[in-house]
Ligand binder design. Structure first.
Ligand code: C5P
Length: 314
C-alpha cells in the first residue's frame, strides 16, 4: 500500500458509496444517456479525499483499492478540483490524497464519490462558500450520480440520475457487498442492456419507481425492501459476467432478504435482517469461495462532508 501522508493545512472530506435500491432504465436519449428512475441509498463504505495547496497538480493514492485509480488528469477528483479552480479563477495547484475504500468500477459510485469529495474540499480550502445548488450543478457536469453522493441519505433520481427528489424513509439497513476482482465498464453495461432489449424485442417504457419500493422504504421493514429491490441493468451485468448470477443466487440461498447487482456492477449487494445476519451471511459467502472480497455496511449515511480527523491521520 502507498504511504501517503496528509499535508499540513489539508482539508479532508469523507464520502460514501451508493447502492441503487431500484434502477429502472428507460430508452437511450439522443445525448447517449438513458432516462432513469432510481432510488439511491448512501452506504457506509467511505473514501477520504484530502486537498492541500501544492506547487503542481498531484494525486497520491492510498487504501484498499489505491492501485486501481488513475493518478493523472483523468482522475475524477482532479477533474472536479480543476472545474472549481477554472470557474472561480483560482490559480493554484493541489496535492490530492485519495484514501480509497470504495471499490473501483464496482457500480458503487467510487469515482463519483471522489469527485463529490473534491468539490466539497475545494470549496472549503478556497473559502468559496458555495451553496448546495451551486455544488449540485457542478456535480452534475462531472457524472450522473455525483449530485446524489453530495447529498447522501436516500433519494430518488430522475433525468440521467442527476435530478434528485427526497423520499420518505425510516430505519437503518444492513448490507453485505460482494466485490469482484475486476470491474465492469458502465458504458459497456448500458450498451449490453440496449443490445439485449433489441435482440429480445423488448418495448422500453418511460422508467418509473415502483410503489412497492417506496412503501418498503416508508415502513423501514428490511424484508419488504429486500423483496422490492430491482435493477434493470442486472440482465446485462449477468450477460457480461455470468458468474454474478450464481453469486446472487447463493447469497439469497444463504439467507439474504434480497440480492441485487449494484448499479452497473459487478458488485453484488445483499440486504440482511440485522447486523448479526450480515455477519452470518459474510461467513457463508466467504466459505462458498464465490467471492473473496466481502464488505459489510449500513445505510443510509450522510453524503460528502468535511472531517476534523482523517481516518489515517499521520
Ligand atoms: O454520468 P456518468 O459519467 O456516470 O456515466 C457514465 C456512462 O454511463 C455514460 O457515458 C453512459 O454511457 C452511461 N450512462 C447512461 N445513462 C445514464 C447514466 C450513465 O447511458 N443515465
Amino acid at each position: 500500500m502507498t504511504v501517503a501522508p496528509t499535508l499540513p493545512g489539508a482539508v479532508t472530506v469523507r464520502v460514501p458509496a451508493k447502492v441503487n435500491l431500484e434502477l429502472r432504465v428507460g430508452p437511450r436519449r439522443p445525448d447517449g444517456f438513458h432516462a432513469l428512475a432510481t432510488v439511491y441509498q448512501a452506504v457506509s463504505l467511505h473514501d477520504e479525499v484530502s486537498v492541500a495547496r501544492w506547487d503542481e497538480w498531484q494525486v497520491v493514492a492510498a487504501g484498499a483499492y489505491a492501485d486501481r485509480i488513475p493518478t493523472d488528469g483523468d482522475n475524477l477528483a482532479v477533474r472536479a478540483a480543476r472545474l472549481v479552480a477554472d470557474r472561480w479563477d483560482v490559480d493554484e495547484c493541489l496535492s490530492i490524497r485519495i484514501d480509497k475504500d470504495i471499490p473501483v468500477a464496482g457500480g458503487m459510485a467510487g469515482g463519483s464519490a471522489d469527485a463529490a469529495a473534491a468539490l466539497v474540499a475545494c470549496d472549503q480550502l478556497w473559502g468559496l462558500g458555495l451553496d448546495r445548488d451551486e455544488l449540485a450543478e457542478l456535480a452534475a457536469t462531472l457524472g450522473s450520480d455525483v449530485p446524489f453522493i453530495l447529498s447522501g441519505g436516500n433519494a430518488m433520481g430522475s433525468g440521467r440520475g442527476e435530478q434528485l427528489a427526497p423520499v420518505l424513509a425510516r430505519g437503518t439497513f444492513h448490507w453485505v457487498f460482494a466485490i469482484s476482482d475486476t470491474g465492469l465498464s458502465t458504458p459497456e453495461v448500458y450498451a449490453e442492456c440496449d443490445r439485449l432489449r433489441e435482440r429480445d424485442g423488448i418495448d422500453v417504457p418511460e422508467p418509473q419507481v415502483s410503489s412497492e419500493l417506496m412503501a418498503a422504504l416508508r415502513s423501514g421493514d428490511p424484508a419488504l425492501l429486500g423483496a422490492a429491490l430491482h435493477n434493470d441493468l442486472e440482465p446485462a451485468a449477468f450477460s457480461l459476467r455470468p458468474q454474478l448470477r450464481e453469486l446472487r443466487d447463493a447469497g439469497v440461498e444463504f439467507g439474504a432478504l434480497g440480492g441485487i447487482v449494484s448499479g452497473s456492477g459487478p458488485t453484488v449487494a445483499f440486504l440482511t435482517e440485522s447486523h448479526e445476519a450480515s455477519l452470518d451471511l459474510s461467513v457463508s459467502l466467504a466459505a462458498s469461495d464465490l467471492c473473496r472480497d466481502l464488505r459489510r455496511a449500513k445505510g443510509p449515511v450522510h453524503g460528502a462532508h468535511v472531517v476534523a480527523t482523517p481516518r489515517h491521520a499521520d
